[in-house]
Design a protein around this ligand. Sequence first.
Ligand SMILES: NC(=O)c1ccc[n+]([C@@H]2O[C@H](COP(=O)([O-])OP(=O)(O)OC[C@H]3O[C@@H](n4cnc5c(N)ncnc54)[C@H](O)[C@@H]3O)[C@@H](O)[C@H]2O)c1
Length: 253
Amino acid sequence: MYNPFSLSGKKIIITGASSGIGRQCAIDCSKMGATVILVARNEKRLKETQKEMQQSERHSYYSIDLGQPDRIKELVETIVVTHGKLDGFIHAAGIEKTLPVKLLSIDDYETLFRVNTLSAFEFIRCFSNKKFFNDNGHIVLLSSITSIIGRGGVAAYAASKGAMVSAVRSMALELARKGICINCVSPGTILTPMMQDFLSTLSEEDYKKRIDGFPLGLGEVTDVSQLCLFLLSNASRWITGQNIVIDGGYTSR
Ligand SMILES: NC(=O)c1ccc[n+]([C@@H]2O[C@H](COP(=O)([O-])OP(=O)(O)OC[C@H]3O[C@@H](n4cnc5c(N)ncnc54)[C@H](O)[C@@H]3O)[C@@H](O)[C@H]2O)c1
């Protein structure tokens, strides 16, 4: 059957696969025929993700703290020796910190950049080596609408997400020689555990303001996972270096 969106036969690493958007991406990739290598910190929750996937025994997981990007090369080597060369990568691991600028320390900036940004860049450095990543592969980085709009309290987070968007443009030009596509996906508010924790800290007035900003309401994890799946598939082979906003109309105002 004609299906340009199929991921059959593709090997894909997904970081942040123990929760939220990353977990849904893993489940959906398995339904589209991919073999998925799940990466996150919490082994118990990675196992839970694996159980929810189609043909769960086909997939595997590795637990690692991405706050230490110098451990990534060894991880990629292990994965490729065990599973073979890779075709796709989704970086959904991420942390958020809401603090006014006057309280943000260098440590806060560094921690956010290590997990959100530098760990992704280190994976991509590995994938630029043809030993690890197949030509015509696809890379998707979870950024955020804070990469393009201002919002009080999230300067460090927004900076870590904006850095991805600018890096991806240059990376796309370099990786195009191998037919590799690399893009950012920038969601608005998606109801995940990370976001629910944050929303519960808002006053009633701020909560209402936040919700009212989204003409199509808040997003669901599948809204984002389905966009990521498209960007991993051959159907998106002419899209690279972009920041694709998915926000229910928030930034259309
Ligand atoms: N949920 C939203 O509304 C929203 C909006 C815009 C962007 N995003 C981005 O999407 C991505 C996924 O968000 P989510 O809401 O699903 O988050 P989540 O908190 O549900 O999941 C985050 C994942 O990152 C992993 N992770 C965090 N720190 C790690 C570390 N040090 N080492 C290894 N893994 C680590 C966690 O284990 C978990 O699997 C994040 O990058 C987030 O910034 C989310």
